[in-house]
Design a protein around this ligand. Structure first.
Ligand code: DOR
Ligand code: ZN
Ligand code: ZN
Length: 421
């Protein structure tokens, strides 16, 4: 099987370049100008050709919460969003805390056969924070990391053991940083707007304390650690300082943290409810700065689809989470690249190569010999986000009606076209 992508502009590690890409047997076999081949040809004139986007923080919801999303609906949404590979968090039912669930997800991936899916195993059994899960067995079954995402592991000694154990298997702990006692039922950022709305606030400190703890553990044990969805200016500072000391810490953020502030909660729209909460202008600016200076290594979606009934309730009772996999690239391109903060190649790096490196996954680069995981986008295409048109079952987005640039035109996985418009 051959496929030729002609006349596109490639986003490479060292800049943009006009070239053609020839794909043979699922791999990139040639990158050059004016390639000719007798095979199916995709005309990418006026389009950008990117290494397939990789999202290392997604909630697929299957098994157990298929009313919110399932592996098939999420895979379709992922390729429509330009993603060729995702990693899924274990807060399903049953929790992905053993090899059987890891295998189940991998089998479903093979059946659905759209984007690549890498399961993340739980740190503790049932994400209960008390007893360690079968980390070695999950690794052998194909788990690429461990996390109790959705919750913090509050017991520091269990977290210590998990980090040590995981590093022995070459796995990273992905830390959802939230001191649950300090959050104490808070649903939004604690500040002016929580006072104004009467919604219960959650301090930055609830996030920062756990970022600091997990970095302290990683530093003491000399093991790597990855901090999930950073939302505070003060958390950014802790990570920046740790990196300066040589701690093996990496960090991610999501579009909602560099685009929104908690001004959006004053409308009481439950689609703005997310954990950690969107914060203030100072935080938003610090997150952008951290993306620019490399303190934040990668951009993820934390795609957290929910059913309408989980969101169409009063703010305090609504589920936390944003359905983000179909809007992430366009939002990031619009608010980071178009806004002049970073260049396209840096954005692509943070949405493809770097996340792949953090979890030691294949892909992330357009180079000969690599798997042909490729995303073609039209950066000149401006459109309004319409959650009614989402492929994901989760229509829960605070970005409905936002005008963005950049549309996925075609998504190719292992040389096969999995999405095209
Ligand atoms: O907003 C969130 N939603 N944050 C999390 O940590 C979990 C996620 C979910 O699973 O819905
Ligand atoms: Zn989380
Ligand atoms: Zn999450």
């Amino acid at each position: 099987m051959k496929l030729l992508i002609k006349n596109g502009t490639l986003a490479l590690g060292d800049g943009e370049k006009k070239a053609d890409i020839l794909i043979e047997d699922g791999k990139i076999s040639k990158i050059a100008e004016n390639i000719t081949a007798d095979c199916k040809t995709l005309d990418a004139v006026g389009k950008h050709v990117l290494p397939g986007l990789i999202d290392i923080h997604v909630h697929l919801r299957e098994p157990g919460f298929e009313g919110k999303e399932d592996i098939e609906s999420c895979s379709k949404a992922a390729v429509a969003g330009g993603f060729t590979q995702v990693c899924c968090m274990p807060n399903t039912d049953p929790v992905c805390d053993n090899a059987v669930v890891v295998n189940y997800i991998k089998n479903r991936q093979r059946e659905v056969n759209l984007c690549k899916i890498n399961p993340i195993g739980a740190i503790t059994r049932g994400e209960n924070g008390a007893a360690m899960a079968d980390i070695g067995k999950m690794k052998r079954a194909g788990a690429v990391a461990i996390s109790d995402d959705g919750k913090s592991v509050m017991n520091s000694n269990i977290m210590r053991l998990a980090m040590e154990y995981a590093s022995g298997f070459n796995l990273k702990c992905l830390c959802h940083c939230e001191d649950i006692n300090l959050v104490d039922g808070g649903v939004v950022n604690e500040g002016y707007n929580s006072t104004l709305t009467g919604l219960k606030g959650s301090l930055r400190a609830a996030e920062d304390i756990m970022i600091a703890r997990d970095i302290a553990l990683a530093e003491s044990l000399n093991v790597p650690v990855h901090i999930c969805h950073v939302s505070t200016y003060s958390g950014v500072e802790i990570i920046r300082n740790a990196k300066k000391r040589g701690v093996k810490v990496t960090a991610e953020t999501c579009p909602h943290y560099f685009i929104l502030t908690d001004d959006v909660i004053t409308g009481f729209d439950t689609n703005t409810k997310v954990n950690p909460p969107v914060r203030e202008q100072r935080d938003r600016e610090a997150i952008i700065e951290a993306i620019k200076d490399g303190t934040i290594d990668c951009i993820v979606t934390d795609h957290a689809p929910h059913a309408l009934k989980d969101k169409q309730v009063e703010y305090n009772l609504a589920a936390f989470g944003i359905s983000g996999i179909e809007t992430s690239f366009a939002l990031s391109y619009t608010y980071l690249v178009k806004a002049g903060h970073i260049g396209l190649c840096t954005l692509v790096q943070k949405m493809s190569k770097t996340p792949a490196q953090i979890l030691d996954l294949e892909g992330g680069e357009l180079k000969v010999g690599s798997p042909a995981d490729i995303t073609v986008v039209d950066l000149g295409k401006k459109y309004k986000i319409d959650s009614g048109k989402f492929i994901s079952k989760g229509k829960n987005t605070p970005f409905n009606g936002f005008e963005v640039w950049g549309k996925t035109v075609c998504t190719i996985v292992d040389g096969d076209i999995k999405y095209s418009i």
